[in-house]
Design a protein around this ligand. Structure first.
Ligand SMILES: *Cc1c(COP(=O)(O)O)cnc(C)c1O
Length: 418
């Protein structure tokens, strides 16, 4: 069977312990239905770029203004990645150096705020990210963070509430976007509020960047001053991040990333980001992005038919948040049972969750990785059925193992891209 992992003969000879783990992980990724909303399978080309000799090079600074010699090939590489990002997203300015999504967001704080100034972001329990000012994050400790949530009746952001909060708290920075938001983000609505209160609007599109690139979600370009994204979720690139902005924020953001927060960029990651962005510009990628949404919609319908309670009643994007309270089970035992049954996802708080964050009421489901494998709307009821049966069979290990065998049989027809 083909695995999404090139052969590693040198690794196997030099370090069989690590080689064994790599091979077993490739097999595990083949054998499970991966519904973790932030994960995907990158192409073999992206993997090769990530494993390239650009990992050997230091290049603090930006193209044409580096602090080390030997940049003859790094400069064109970084400029290529930037040009491709501009073409895919239509942004005026792009920085591809942030190490990951969290450092990218920190750079926004450094560019826009002074310590103690006010940021308005979505609360973590409602679907926001830690770096949107949550208390345990540096962004919550060093800045005055206030939070909006979702309406209890609808499970959706209420822009009237966001506006009231913004008028009362006068934030200098507003974040929209999140990690568990199943509905379309109204960038224009957020932009109007930011403009009214004189705040900078940052759109964190880490989860939906691939949908935006493929035309399956509206773009924040033209609405948000600053856009932050990881490159490894629906965008299907290497682990990394990008910041995009209007020309006005170009210099402050570049300075915040380097020398403000980081040293040398990870050039092997830059290479792989460039490859992922070339892929993201193709008609095949657009079809993939639309298929992710169609699959999530079909999976949501199939779960609703089986008595699942979905936050906001469904989904507009790649993500489904299910409240398991009606099933009489917590998110954590359900996620563990599903993992045993070969279905990988994460337990998650739901808005207004009465349970504790380490054992919340919900599970989060995403369709990017299964879409990359070629599963379509026809397979989504099968997945819903596996989920329903595994949740009901919690604690019954033979039953869960039997489901895992059925999962492997289904996936044999959908090899990972190699
Ligand atoms: C994943 C994510 C991040 C953080 O990305 P890391 O690469 O894990 O640091 C930030 N914001 C949002 C909305 C995310 O979903």
């Amino acid at each position: 069977m083909t695995l999404n992992q090139p052969p590693t003969p040198h690794l196997a000879a030099e370090d069989p312990d690590v080689a064994r783990l790599v091979e077993a992980e490739a097999q595990r990724q083949q054998d499970t239905i991966r519904l973790i909303a932030s994960e995907n399978y990158v192409s073999a080309a992206v993997l090769e770029a990530t494993g390239s000799v650009f990992t050997n090079k230091y290049s603090e600074g930006y193209a044409g203004k580096r602090y080390y010699e030997g940049q003859q090939l790094v400069d064109p590489l970084e400029e290529l990645a930037i040009a491709r990002a501009k073409a895919v997203f239509g942004a005026e300015h792009v920085n591809v150096q942030p190490y990951s999504g969290s450092p990218a967001n920190l750079a926004i704080y450094l560019a826009v705020l002074k310590p103690g100034e006010t940021v308005l972001g979505m609360g973590l329990p409602s679907g926001g990210h830690l770096t949107h000012g949550w208390s345990v994050s540096a962004t919550g400790k060093w800045f005055n963070a206030v939070h909006y949530g979702v309406r209890k009746e609808t499970g959706r952001v209420d822009l009237d509430e966001v506006r009231d909060l913004a008028l009362r708290e006068r934030p200098k920075l507003i974040f929209c976007g999140g990690t568990a938001v199943p509905r379309t983000i109204d960038f224009a609505g957020f932009a109007a509020i930011a403009k009214e209160v004189g705040a900078v609007l940052a759109a964190d599109v880490a989860h939906i960047a691939g949908l935006i690139a493929g035309g399956a979600h509206p773009s924040p370009v033209g609405h948000a001053d600053i856009i932050s994204t990881t490159t490894h979720k629906t965008l299907r690139g290497p682990r990394g991040a990008m910041l995009m902005s209007t020309e006005e924020w170009a210099k402050p953001l570049d300075k915040a990333v380097f020398p403000g927060l980081q040293g040398g960029p990870h050039n092997h990651t830059t290479a792989a980001i460039a490859v992922a962005l070339k892929e993201a510009a193709t008609p095949e990628f657009s079809a993939y992005a639309h298929q992710i949404v169609a699959n999530a919609s079909a999976l949501a319908d199939a779960l609703l038919e089986r008595g699942f309670d979905l936050v906001s009643g469904g989904t507009d994007n790649h993500l489904i948040l299910a409240d398991l309270s009606p099933k009489g089970i917590g998110g954590k035992p359900a996620a563990k049972a599903l993992d045993r049954a070969g279905i990988e996802l994460n337990y998650n708080t739901v808005p207004f969750d009465p349970r504790k964050p380490f054992d919340p009421s919900g599970i989060r489901i995403g369709t990017a990785a299964v879409t990359t494998r070629g599963l379509g709307t026809a397979e989504m009821p099968l997945i819903a059925d596996f989920i329903d049966r595994a949740v009901a069979a919690e604690g019954d290990e033979p039953a869960l193992d039997a489901i895992a065998a059925e999962v492997r049989a289904l996936l044999a027809s959908f090899p990972v891209p190699a």
